[in-house]
Design a protein around this ligand. Structure first.
Ligand code: 17E
Ligand code: FE2
Length: 418
């Protein structure tokens, strides 16, 4: 298989990509545009961008597609979301979770995603979310990279037997230890939970991804605690802080000191800008805080930061369509990353940076790597972001897993009739 007339990120020329036995074998610079070949599995990229697959590093598949069941989140706060979800939890069963998770995965795949990190709530004595999503991960392992985070929604230390359930989830096979220190009853319990998360990750050899300071309280400072633990245990590359929305409300002097630790620790960040712009700032009148973490400043400090959707039609967020280009568009606006320099590598935040966060191996368009890629409308990061076009093609191990015909305008352009 060959992909001809392909653009690659940060390169002006056209390329031919050669694929054999599901792997990239040659990446060749072209001398001008090539005509279609006669081989029928060859693909003409037509000057569009061939890019590493999109990665969704933060979503809750156990809760996806449950908005309004049994009640809607009327206030739009994180806290009412948690309450609505606790009403839905007793209605969970394997078939229900599987059906919703599969439809959501399908939606993500249709939009160019090939790797997903999902949270699964452990504050449920049956652990049905963890069991079902771990089973699905194993079943889909040749089709998609799925990681499961054991996530204690109601608090690892504040929920009855929360710690025992977390350990059980890791025994079942969750890949990542999660946490929610800002929702534990006290600061002390929050800090204790972070220490335990790191201990469990070491004991079971797992990654860490904590919902950290997802609140507008400038005094919520579990991030420094998590980063310091990661630094002292020398495991920054395995640790992720999700949301960190309180960082929006920290003062600049504190942030300046904090960033030194963040940089030294090497931890990863995930921001979910559509979710946070909706859930945060809900206790403000005017002016209203945006409540999105400092993505621009993290990028400028060369700290790894990526973007996730968090929710699709669930008790926290009732919109969402699986399109990470939309999430990226929101981030560029909300975080005021609209200078030319910001655009040049914008796709990093939904591809390479997310792959680094998930510790994915053999990711990217390189000779010897599995031939996993997508085809995007546009010729570079900036034009893809601006067009907000559809993902045209998704190839995994050299096999087409999704192909889309671009939409065509069929009416006559009105301007030509004048
Ligand atoms: N749970 C939570 O604590 N925060 C969120 N943003 C979602 C679930 C979606
Ligand atoms: Fe989340």
């Amino acid at each position: 298989m060959q992909i001809i007339n392909a653009r690659l990120r940060q390169k002006p020329e056209l390329f031919t990509l050669h694929i054999e036995n599901g792997h990239f074998t040659k990446i060749e610079k072209q001398d001008g545009t090539l005509a279609d070949t006669s081989l029928n599995d060859d693909i003409n990229a037509d000057g569009n961008l061939v890019c590493a697959p999109f990665v969704e590093p933060h979503i809750h598949l156990d809760a996806a597609l449950t908005a309004g069941e049994p009640e809607w989140n009327q206030s739009g706060t994180l806290f009412e979301g948690i309450e609505r979800w606790s009403q839905r939890k007793p209605m969970l069963n394997e078939a229900d979770i599987r059906k919703r998770a599969l439809s959501t995965i399908e939606l993500l795949v249709q939009n160019g995603v090939q790797a997903i990190r999902t949270h699964a709530d452990t504050t449920d004595p049956t652990l049905i979310g963890v069991r079902t999503l771990c089973a699905l991960r194993d079943e889909l392992k040749d089709k998609i990279d799925l990681q499961v985070v054991a996530f204690p929604q109601d608090g690892m230390l504040s929920y009855p037997s929360g710690l025992k359930l977390m350990e059980e989830a890791l025994e079942i096979g969750a890949d990542v230890v999660g946490g929610i220190p800002h929702f534990e009853y006290t600061r002390e319990l929050g800090e204790k939970s972070v220490k335990l998360i790191i201990e469990l990750a070491k004991k079971y050899d797992r990654l860490v991804d904590v919902h950290c300071d997802e609140i507008d309280d400038p005094n919520s400072r579990f991030l420094e605690f998590l980063a310091c633990e990661a630094l002292f245990h020398d495991m920054g590359d395995k640790v992720t802080a999700s949301h960190t929305t309180a960082m929006h409300s920290y003062d600049n002097a504190y942030c300046s000191k904090l960033f030194r630790l963040l940089k030294n620790s090497g931890i990863n960040f995930i921001s979910c800008p559509t979710e946070s712009i909706h859930l945060q700032g809900r206790f403000d009148t005017y002016p209203k805080r945006r409540g999105v973490t400092r993505v621009k400043e993290l990028r400028e400090a060369n700290i790894n930061v990526c973007l996730g959707q968090d929710s699709i039609f669930d008790p926290w967020y009732s919109l969402g369509n699986g399109k990470l280009l939309r999430t990226l568009d929101f981030a560029m606006h909300i975080c005021q990353m609209m200078g030319y320099k910001d655009y040049e590598s914008a796709l990093d935040m939904i591809t390479d940076n997310s792959a680094k966060t998930m510790c994915l191996e053999n990711y990217g368009i390189k000779i010897g790597n599995p031939a996993n890629f997508i085809l995007l409308e546009g010729f570079d990061d900036y034009s893809v972001l601006r067009k907000q076009g559809e993902v045209l093609l998704s190839v995994r191990h050299g096999e087409i897993i999704m192909q889309r015909q671009p939409a065509q305008v069929i009416s006559k352009p009105w301007i030509s009739t004048i």
